[in-house]
Every structure is written in C-alpha cells, then in structure tokens.
Design a protein around this ligand. Structure first.
Ligand code: SF4
Length: 391
C-alpha cells in the first residue's frame, strides 16, 4: 500500500549530539559527538528506507533538529541533505531549517550548511544574561550568541530564529526585557519564547525536588510571557502562535504543519512522526480499523538505533492510532494556540460563548483562539469545546 504523496509534505530528522547536557533538557540527546559519523550513516540509511516504503514524497519542509545538529561535521550534514534530496522530491521553495547552538557556529560552517540547501537557521540563544545561561547549563555566553547571529547572516542566511527561555529563577522582568531588546536589536526574523519547565529526570528536577531551586511562580511567568508579547509585537514580530513571533512572511512553515495537525515523516533516534493511516501501514505500523492516522516514535538509544538500521528495520519503538474523535481534539487543541485560531462546528458555539465570557477564548466568526488566560488551561478549554463529541 502506498502513501498518498500529497498528504505527507514534511520531514523531521533528529541529530542527538550536544556539547554537554543542559540542566533542564529532556530531549533525546547525549553529551559529545562520539559516534556521530556512524550515526549520520545510519540516519541516511533510514531516510532511504523511508523513501522505499513511502514512495517519493514531495516535501515542502524539512527540519533538522536535535540535539545540536551544528555540532556534527558540516560535510556529514551536507551528505544527509543530499540523501533527502535524492530520496524525496524537495520543492524548489521548500523551507529547510537546521537547529544550531551558538558555540558550534562559525561563518565557514554556516556557508557549508547554506550550500547544502539549508535556508533557515534556528539558534539556541536562550538568554543573554550570564547567570541565567549558567543556571540553564548552556556553554555559550551572550557575546558568542550575538556573534552567531552575525555569522549565519554573513554566510547568507536571511531567515534566522532565536530561541529564548523565560521564567528562569533569578531572572527578573527587567533583565528578561533586556535580553529581548538585545535579541531584537540583533535582527533575527523569528523569535521563540518558551517558559522554563521542570521535566522529570532532568538535573533541574533533582535540584527542585531537593529544595535547592524554587521554580518561578505562575504569576511572574505569565507576566514575562506578556512582556515578550508586548515588546515583540511593538518591534514588528507578530505572535502567530502562543510562543512564536515572526516578521511578516517569516513564520516557520514546518512548525505550522504541527499546529495545523498535519502529517510529517520522521527519521532519527527519538524522532516522532505522524502519518495518515495508509502511509503508516506502508512503513509497517499497526493500523487499527477506523484509525485516521498514526502517531509513532523512535527509541531513544543511539546504539539500538544503529543495530536496527543494520538489521534492515525501521527503528520505531511505538505507535498510537488516532481515531476521528482524537483527531478532532488534537486539531482544536493545537489550533487554539494559533493567532489565526481554529474552526469549530456550530454544535460547539454555545460552549465557545461561555468560554469567551470567562475570558479564555476569543471568537471570530466560526474560528476561536485562546486568550492569554486560556493558553494556561488549553486542555480544559479543548475538552469543553470538543470533549463530549470526541468521546
Ligand atoms: S543544547 Fe538543546 S538538546 Fe542539547 S542538551 Fe541543551 S537543551 Fe538539550
């Protein structure tokens, strides 16, 4: 059975190597680049295997995430992208994003990425305050972060994102504002602002559990989020998603696929994918009767990943069928995060009006979106909008 090629137009690939592990990180990543050459070979093999099973998909977006993709040798990244291009049909105007950390950026490396076809770089800046960077366990300082923005621009990149983190203990509103102002002055085209969250199993979680660190309380966190929205919008960056801000036309097309509840293929350790039922069946996933699509994920171990690839398998560790009810819930929950909002049916309108009365959503015709208050309780808002009908 072949996938409907029109349905899957995005590919995510994961590179799990980092200079060191950050205090808050629960992404699939390891410290050091040992074994990266063998891993990149295995990753190319998985991309080719996906192509054999899914067919020659036409891709509009490719996202190389991590981990720290910029840490691996630029030639290996170029080989990966060459494999993606020879396996799939990458549109001429496709968005090809690569994540990079300031400490592994140079103008020379960035030129190789650009020549390989990357046209958007997402930089893990996180903060420009020395103590916040130390607290987070980052290896760069503010000067290196700002230099990295200049270097990727010098290499010819015009689409540049800076990731930032707020609600860092010890980081007051004034210094959060200063980071935002300095990043805006550096002129990226896109800025993402994420709240620091304490994920189980991270060193930060251990410190919180032992009482060594007190997380920032919700009120301050909300205030810092609001501060970012106001400052960035005044600087011309539209808030097109709860945590994401872009100059006009610079919205991340790949991430919009996620928020529009679209489909994407995935390769690499820890990578998650979402495929329509027919495509999922074609890569060997179990598809329950009635499932519309299947979400699936790769295992997190790099050695096991290599073994599975050598054995001729796709290293997929688990999958979850998505029925029509769950699909509708996901569509609404993800769409509520977007400034453009999400369409709801007439049956949900009364409930929507009552949520609007509580200040949790805004209604515009047949579309609704979460307000700042609603963003904090998206699950509950979604359940009230579609819960019963999705059951
Ligand atoms: S650089 Fe990113 S992926 Fe790597 S350890 Fe830090 S937060 Fe995790």
């Amino acid at each position: 059975m072949r996938a409907a090629p029109d349905d899957v137009r995005s590919l995510y690939v994961h590179i799990p190597f980092c200079e060191r592990k950050c205090e808050y990180c629960d992404f699939t990543s390891v410290a050091g680049a040992t074994g990266s050459e063998a891993y990149m070979d295995a990753l190319c093999a998985e991309v080719r295997r996906l192509g054999e099973r899914l067919g020659r998909l036409s891709l509009d977006t490719v996202f190389i995430g991590g981990g720290t993709p910029s840490l691996v040798e630029p030639d290996l990244l170029a080989a990966l992208l060459a494999t993606v291009r020879s396996t799939f049909s990458v549109a001429v105007d496709a968005e090809v994003t690569m994540e990079a950390n300031p400490s592994s950026v140079t103008a020379g490396r960035a030129r190789v990425w650009r020549a390989a076809g990357v046209n958007r770089v997402s930089l893990g800046v996180q903060s420009l305050e020395a103590d916040a960077l130390r607290f987070l366990g980052r290896v760069h300082d503010a000067d290196r972060a700002l230099a990295a923005v200049a270097e990727v621009r010098e290499a010819g990149f015009t689409s540049i994102n800076c990731d930032l983190i707020y609600a860092v203990p010890g980081l007051g509103d004034t210094r959060w504002r200063r980071t935002l102002e300095r990043v805006v002055a550096a002129g990226p085209t896109h800025i993402s602002c994420y709240e620091l969250t304490v994920e189980p199993g991270t060193p930060l979680h251990t410190r919180v559990r032992r009482g060594l660190v007190r997380p920032v309380e919700g009120v301050r966190s909300m205030r810092q989020h609001r501060l970012a929205v106001d400052l960035l919008e005044a600087a011309g960056y539209g808030q097109y998603e709860v945590s994401n801000f872009a100059l006009p036309g610079e919205e991340c097309r790949h991430n919009l696929v996620y928020w529009h509840n679209g489909y994407y293929a995935a390769a690499g350790v820890g990578a998650h994918g979402h495929l329509p039922a027919a495509a999922a069946a074609s890569i060997g996933l179990d598809v329950e009767a009635g499932a519309v699509s299947v979400r699936h994920w790769h295992g997190r171990g790099i050695a096991a990943y290599g073994r599975a690839i050598r054995a001729g398998d796709l290293p997929i560790a688990g999958s979850e069928p998505v029925g029509p009810g769950m699909r509708e819930q996901e569509r609404v929950m993800l769409g509520l995060r977007l400034r453009e909002g999400v369409r709801i049916g007439a049956a949900s309108l009364d409930e929507a009006r009552s949520l609007e009365g509580l200040g949790l959503i805004a209604i515009d015709g047949d579309r609704v979106r979460a307000t700042s208050r609603g963003e904090a309780v998206l699950n509950q808002v979604t359940l009230r909008l579609v819960g019963d009908r999705a059951a």
